[in-house]
Ligand binder design. Sequence first.
Ligand SMILES: Cc1ncc(COP(=O)(O)OP(=O)(O)O)c(N)n1
Ligand SMILES: Cc1ncsc1CCOP(=O)(O)O
Ligand SMILES: [Mg+2]
Length: 221
Amino acid sequence: MSALPCGIYLVLDADVCTRAGHDPAGVAVAAVRAGVGTVQVRAKRAGVRDLVALTVAVADALRGSPPAALVVDDRVDVALAARARGARVDGVHVGRHDLETADARALLGPDALVGVSAARPEHMAAAVGADHVGSGPVRLTPTKPEAGPAIGFDGLRAAVVAADGRPVVAIGGLGAADAPALRAAGVHAMAVVSAVCAAPDPGGAAARLVAAWQQVPAVAR
Ligand SMILES: Cc1ncc(COP(=O)(O)OP(=O)(O)O)c(N)n1
Ligand SMILES: Cc1ncsc1CCOP(=O)(O)O
Ligand SMILES: [Mg+2]
């Protein structure tokens, strides 16, 4: 998959899933069946070998589900290792402390999905060579208290302008009620962790997010 699906982007956080009593691969399958277009594997406390194993497990679990993009947070080596084991992994999401965009692209190839974090216009240099930009936190969130100041919807609109045509994925404290404001801001996708991974019924929560997104027409840009 070489274009980022528009709509709901699940950041599948292994720790949040486990705390809520969910198997991460099961959450991924339920979310994709509900219409989530992208799954990012995120496990900040896992060692590299466990992260490869988790990525392969999620990719294997998603075989036979509707098509969805699968990317790895931070680690290009993990995406490559999972691919080497036969897993279908589409790319990575790299942050400011990970490999540079051009290096991620060079290692993964021209068809890979490479997303980068850029919250403010002055960070957009990282977006050169990337397919899309993750911008946030829109709101402060207990899922990542160290994420930096909230950019709010004004900051998001500024990010969409500065991204210069690259799709923007909004992240941080978001839920179904935010779909209209996000689409009005010109955002391409809404990324969520806790709204799905911490929900008692992740598939039902994902379905409500997808329905909320689809109810709002996209703004013409
Ligand atoms: C879609 C998306 N946008 C932003 C982020 C944040 O990435 P990063 O800055 O690398 O922070 P961590 O998630 O690694 O803590 C993201 N993961 N996904
Ligand atoms: C990974 C990340 N980066 C910025 S905010 C965030 C976490 C978002 O989690 P939630 O959707 O639970 O607020
Ligand atoms: Mg990261």
